[in-house]
Write a protein of this length. Structure first.
Length: 130
């Protein structure tokens, strides 16, 4: 008998697995398990992991502390992808090891930009008229 899953059930599973992967990667980076000078000299936050519906691909959003040396950190993560994928595969019980794709998380920059716009004189003037 095949178990039928709702769209919501799948999304909860994707979120749960993504969060597991995020915790594992965060722990590996925080403990300095990745033997890379760039990664050991920068604090890197893993802000989110989005899993593909088949759980074979994981998009990993990262942000170095204070946004310093983003491209160097991204390059170091990409050079160490095989090691990180292997470690995640050992710790997360899944049928297939997820392929990791690292991307800089721009959401902090976007929220700062929106905040600056909302605090600008022009917007304050418009809000004052209401």
């Amino acid at each position: 008998m095949r178990r039928t899953e709702t769209q919501e059930g799948r999304s909860v599973r994707l979120l749960r697995v993504g969060e597991q992967v995020r915790h594992i990667l965060s722990e590996l980076l925080a403990r300095g398990d990745v033997h890379d000078d760039t990664l050991q000299s920068h604090l890197v936050s893993v802000t989110e992991v989005r899993m593909s519906p088949d759980l074979r691909h994981a998009t990993v959003f990262v942000k170095p502390l204070l946004g310093q040396d983003e491209q160097a950190v991204l390059k170091a993560l990409r050079q160490n992808t095989a090691f990180l994928q292997r470690e995640v595969a050992h710790r997360v019980r899944m049928k297939y090891a997820a392929r990791l794709k690292f991307i800089i998380d721009e959401s902090f920059d976007e929220s700062s930009h929106i905040d600056r716009i909302l605090r600008s004189d022009k917007v304050a003037q418009d809000l004052g008229e209401e």
